[in-house]
Design a protein around this ligand. Structure first.
Ligand code: V0V
Ligand code: CO
Length: 146
């Protein structure tokens, strides 16, 4: 069951400048940052609020580490902006299989490593009315590394 907006992924050319915009304009601070080489991103998570399911909602600012990454290709075509939305679930395996069974393309056979030790998968934007959609199961609090 999808229980929250886990994050909104925003593609940017310059992570440091974009982080500074969100800090100066809204007062959001970086909660966590990391490089995910598999996904080809350098990212900063800005926590917006905690949610009643024990999780939280974030903005995820994404700068590509290479031009041929998903975010690099998308930025070259579209410029900066909202790249994906992510729903939080306690069971990314079960929920993604159920959604696959409805005929939506799930991009990975098994969930992969996401931000802060989470497990993530993506649904093809062409099957989701133009929205690249991610499903996230957060790491248990003890495993969160930030
Ligand atoms: C591509 N398209 C999109 C899109 N990216 N539509 C909406 N939102 C997006 N973000 C459209 C694109 O305009 C094309 O439509 C069509 O899909 C095929 O795109 P393409 O440019 O040829 O690119 P592909 O097919 O090589 O790759 C697209 C997919 C790729 C979605 C398959 O971006 C992907 O694998 N994404 C999942 C991984 C990811 O995004 N990682 C970065 C975030 P037309 O022109 O044919 O109509 S990592 C992350 O979120 C982490 C680590 C986390 O949360 O923890
Ligand atoms: Co994401």
């Amino acid at each position: 069951m999808l229980t929250r907006i886990d994050h909104i992924g925003i593609a940017c050319f310059d992570l440091d400048k974009t982080v500074e915009f969100y800090r100066a304009t809204y007062g959001f601070e970086v909660f966590h940052s990391e490089v995910n080489e598999e996904q080809g991103v350098r990212e900063a998570m800005l926590k917006i609020n905690e949610t009643s399911d024990g999780g939280a909602s974030y903005l995820q600012l994404l700068e590509p580490t290479r031009e041929d990454s998903a975010v690099g290709k998308w930025l070259a075509k579209n410029g900066e902006g909202v790249h994906h939305i992510a729903f939080g679930t306690a069971d990314v395996d079960g929920d993604s299989e159920a959604i696959r069974g409805k005929g939506v393309r799930v991009l990975y056979d098994e969930p992969r490593k996401g931000s802060m030790g989470s497990r993530i998968t993506f649904l093809h934007p062409k099957d989701c009315h133009g929205v690249l959609t991610e499903l996230v199961t957060a790491a248990p609090p003890s495993e969160t590394d930030h």
